[in-house]
Design a protein around this ligand. Structure first.
Ligand code: GDP
Length: 392
């Protein structure tokens, strides 16, 4: 699937930048165009792979290239005011070669949190291709204002996109890591998971065509209907033997037992599917009640088989209760077999409910503090007996 990716704010820009790197490394061909939008000049300069002409600085008149802080209302305002600048960059990309837009942003900050939903709304008004969001939730240790920003951005972003794919920093943070080092690993995890998913069906030069391919329309159909999505992933290392020598690995010779071979392949696939669905999701949630799902099995073609995928698919149908579970393979000459599962239209997500609770508390606290500080200032400035008069 070919995407036009637009990273909004620092996290968004860095993640899209990393997607370009992933695309290069794996030759997956998913990033047809990459744009970064920010109100902070320094953040745009820190990017490595996004072409200079695709880095758009917004809000210069208001914040002079210094960013909006964590003020996402200001982020939304400057995005609205400078949407033409963003559109100019989009005009330069061949949108007729693109299957969908992906707007990427951290939802806890200011520029991306406020700007990404504004851009999504704008794109949906102009283009007929789907507009997806990839929204990153802040860690719970980031504090009330980030939580409040994320909760408000989440509500708006979901409403404005065709589907919001969510990644929760909180369930992926590593203890003892520096913040930057931690984000590096987290961003790699993001591009790997979403890369395999969106890479399915994109056959590059010299790659094999899958037996039962996942094509872009299946990804689009799984995401259609809107709502919130999460992705599960599990992988296992395997030997890469380009002569298709799996048989010799299990049987010791080339004329070995076909059945054992197929059974092993099938079992590996079904076990990977279970691990992917029941392991750590990009957004932790209950998978029961998921509306639609897509299973992508990637790896060397000799390690993939239709029966395994079929079994994995059936198992997913039972676990989710969904009647719309698609599946297919994505042959790649990588020394691993991986299962990526897109769970679309999840609704039982305790993490979001907790986020909203904390956001409401933060909002109340902020209101209280503001009121208190107004009162405190007044009592400082006014003399007790009201004997003094201001000048004007
Ligand atoms: P903005 O530039 O004003 O949009 O704000 P940032 O993107 O800097 O930060 C918004 C939120 O994104 C933060 O609260 C973090 O939770 C998260 N974040 C920042 N940088 C990264 C990153 O590189 N990767 C990930 N996964 N999250 C990030």
């Amino acid at each position: 699937m070919k995407l036009a990716m637009i990273g909004f704010g620092q996290a968004g820009g860095k993640i899209v930048d990393r997607f370009l790197d992933y695309d290069d490394r794996t030759n997956s061909g998913i990033v047809r165009a990459a744009i970064a939008v920010n109100s902070a000049k320094a953040d745009l300069m820190g990017l490595e792979n996004i072409p200079q002409e695709n880095r758009v600085l917004i809000g210069q008149a208001r914040v002079k290239g210094h960013g909006v802080g964590a003020d996402n209302e200001l982020g939304a305002e400057v995005a609205e005011e400078d949407i033409d600048e963003v559109q100019n960059a989009i005009d330069a990309i061949p949108t007729h070669e693109v299957d969908a837009f992906l707007v990427v942003a951290g939802m806890g900050g200011g520029t991306g949190s406020g700007g990404a939903p504004v851009l999504a709304k704008h794109l949906k008004r102009i283009y007929t291709i789907p507009v997806y969001g990839l929204g990153v939730l802040p860690g719970t240790d980031e504090g009330g204002i980030y939580t409040l920003n994320a909760a408000r951005s989440f509500q708006t972003f979901v409403r404005e996109v065709d589907n919001l794919l969510v990644f929760d920093n909180d369930s992926w943070r590593q203890t003892g890591e520096s913040v930057e080092g931690g984000y590096d690993q987290i961003n790699e995890e993001i591009v790997r998971r979403f890369g395999i998913l969106f890479g399915a069906g994109e056959v590059g030069d010299g790659q094999e065509v899958a037996e039962s391919v996942v094509d872009s329309s299946e990804i689009i159909n799984t995401l259609s209907g809107g709502g919130v999505s999460t992705v599960g992933f599990a992988s296992e290392e395997v030997d890469l033997n380009t002569s298709g020598g799996l048989l010799s690995r299990f049987t010791g010779d080339d004329g070995g037992n076909d059945n054992l071979d197929a059974a092993n392949t099938t079992n590996r696939i079904t076990s990977l599917v279970r691990k992917a669905a029941l392991g750590r999701l990009t957004l932790p949630c209950e998978i029961e009640g998921t509306e639609r799902a897509l299973l992508v099995l990637s790896g060397p073609s000799e390690y993939l088989n239709r029966k395994g995928i079929e079994r994995g698919r059936k198992w997913l149908e039972e676990e989710t209760g969904s009647m719309e579970v698609r599946g297919g393979d994505f042959p790649r000459q990588e020394p691993e077999v991986a299962a990526a599962i897109l769970l679309s239209g999840v609704t039982n997500v305790p993490r979001i409910k907790r986020l909203q609770q904390v956001a409401i508390e933060a909002q109340d606290n902020i209101d209280d503090i503001q009121q208190e500080s107004e009162e405190n200032l007044e009592s400082l400035v006014e003399d007790d007996e009201d004997e003094l008069e201001p000048l004007f």
